[in-house]
Design a protein around this ligand. Structure first.
Ligand SMILES: Cc1cc2nc3c(=O)[nH]c(=O)nc-3n(C[C@H](O)[C@H](O)[C@H](O)COP(=O)(O)OP(=O)(O)OC[C@H]3O[C@@H](n4cnc5c(N)ncnc54)[C@H](O)[C@@H]3O)c2cc1C
Length: 448
């Protein structure tokens, strides 16, 4: 396909957000008689699903401590449910299994899920939690659990399959997707604000509107747009905190235990919900019984026929470097720096054994040959920024929450078509200066 000299809507990135926006924008334009998918061009420097969307664990859940996140996720779950086949979506449900320190937080999530009509069950107390869990898995053995939030919707989707499915839907609406074209700069109009053209590795493309869905590369695009490297944040203390870095990187650690995925079925032979456990019970090595940690820790896992085993991860770690210096490429499994090592394997397999007897002694069949893990780019408060910059650039920066956020592209498309979204409102960039921050949970994960 030849590079067009101009296009109405240019989308940077063929991941979940770029493609979802392109697909839904095509539908919006058609429905409003304002154009069609032929007005939209998606560019990706590598290929469809080459970024975080292509390596995500694929968990889709509602469980968030922040009301605005929960409402947004409920909307996204509906979009996943609208076409499970194309999106390779498995609606097996999701369980948040927690210690006492998170009990009240989870109780409030449950209350608010009821208020928005999101179906879930909440079990409280150590004995009842154990009874509930052994009713699902007879070998459940995690200690010190005092609440179980069982979401009946959500589950997981197969990462690359879902992104290819989304790309096919977009192309079916006439959207053009070009791989191997890197955006290297922007041209700005007379007022030096709006973007008038993209400069790419293959040439210049004039455009009216730009959508940025660059995932972990958002810091680079942000720099090319000449947006601020630091922000001022009005804190919960009412004071302004100046010079806070806009972006920081975390490395996500995930892997696959090479057991038969069927081994993780429930007592009644069904596919289990995605399991997420946070606990402050001491974690001991499944190899020699030594103490690994007595601090709050967490893991998540699911049987996955795509990965060929039980796949999941544990808490990520901060990459303590200036974001401009972080080596994002080669990305994901190809990275020499940001893939999991023996420490993760030992810890995560011990976590699995801590939770369920069936995983004891299985560390030897962890899939070491399949490299996994990858970088995520986070905002100052680790919540998404969905906003328009420079008059005509919609930046979708999901702060690494976003594979599950299939519906965000639909909302962004509606905004581009002229309809403001109440659900996106709490994620504007101005919230930092205004001190409209989201509440913070006690979870050990930066995305709960
Ligand atoms: C290991 C891991 C596991 C995860 N698990 C989950 C999960 O279970 N559930 C969940 O909800 N989220 C999960 N996430 C987070 C989620 O994957 C991301 O938040 C989401 O996929 C980001 O989507 P995106 O479309 O913004 O970016 P990406 O999917 O990263 O796509 C960005 C695309 O932009 C392209 N690009 C970048 N720069 C340029 C440029 N200059 N020119 C042209 N193209 C460019 C890239 O090649 C890439 O294809 C996980 C993340 C990781 C790393």
């Amino acid at each position: 396909m030849a590079l067009p000299s101009g296009v109405k809507y240019a989308v940077i990135g063929a991941g979940i957000h770029g493609l979802s926006t392109a697909y839904h924008l095509a539908l919006e334009l058609k429905a409003r008689g304002k154009g069609s998918g032929k007005d939209i061009l998606v560019l990706d420097k590598t290929a469809i699903a080459a970024g975080a969307s292509g390596i995500a664990c694929g968990v889709v859940r509602n469980n968030y401590f922040q009301p605005a996140m929960r409402e947004l996720m409920a909307h996204s779950v509906e979009v996943w449910e609208s076409d499970p086949k194309s999106y390779s979506y498995h609606p097996v449900g999701y369980m948040q299994i927690s210690p006492e320190v998170m009990h009240e937080g989870c109780a409030s999530i449950y209350r608010q899920q009821k208020a928005i009509g999101y179906p879930s069950t909440f079990i409280e107390g150590e004995k009842d939690s154990m009874r509930y869990m052994t009713g699902i898995f007879d070998d459940w053995q995690a200690r010190g659990i005092t609440s179980v939030l069982h979401e009946k919707k959500g589950g997981y989707a197969n990462n690359t399959a879902s992104i290819y499915g989304l790309a096919a839907k977009a192309e079916g609406e006439g959207v053009r997707i070009m791989s191997g074209v890197e955006v290297t700069g922007f041209e700005f109009g007379g007022n030096n604000r709006a973007v008038t053209a993209l400069l790419t590795s293959k040439g210049r493309i004039a455009c009216d509107y730009v959508v940025v869905g660059a995932g972990p590369w958002v810091n680079r695009i942000w720099n090319l747009l000449d947006l601020p490297k630091t922000v001022s944040i009005k804190g919960r203390d009412g004071m302004m905190h100046h010079g806070v870095r806009m972006w920081k990187y975390w490395c996500l650690e995930e892997g696959t235990l090479g057991v038969d995925p069927d081994m993780h079925k429930t007592n009644d032979g069904s596919m289990p919900p995605v399991i997420h456990v946070d606990t402050d019970a001491p974690l001991h090595s499944d190899i020699d019984g030594s103490l690994i940690t007595d601090k709050l820790w967490g893991l998540y896992y699911k049987p996955d026929f795509n990965f060929g085993g039980v796949q999941g991860g544990s808490s990520p770690y901060v990459v303590d470097q200036d974001p401009d210096d972080v080596a994002i490429d080669p990305y994901g499994p190809d990275s020499p720096d940001f893939i999991v090592g023996d420490n993760f394997i030992h810890t995560w397999c011990s976590m699995l054994a801590h939770c369920q007897k069936r995983f004891e002694g299985k560390i030897g069949i962890y899939k070491k040959d399949e490299k996994s893990g990858g970088l995520g780019c986070f905002t100052p408060d680790s919540f998404p920024v969905f906003d328009v910059f420079r008059d005509n650039v919609f930046v979708i920066a999901d702060s690494n929450h976003g594979y599950k956020m299939l519906g965000v592209g639909k909302l962004v498309a509606q905004e581009i078509a002229g309809e403001k979204s109440r659900l996106l409102e709490p994620f504007r960039f101005s919230r930092y200066a205004e001190g409209k921050l989201h509440p913070v949970s006690k979870s050990p994960f930066p995305w709960s």
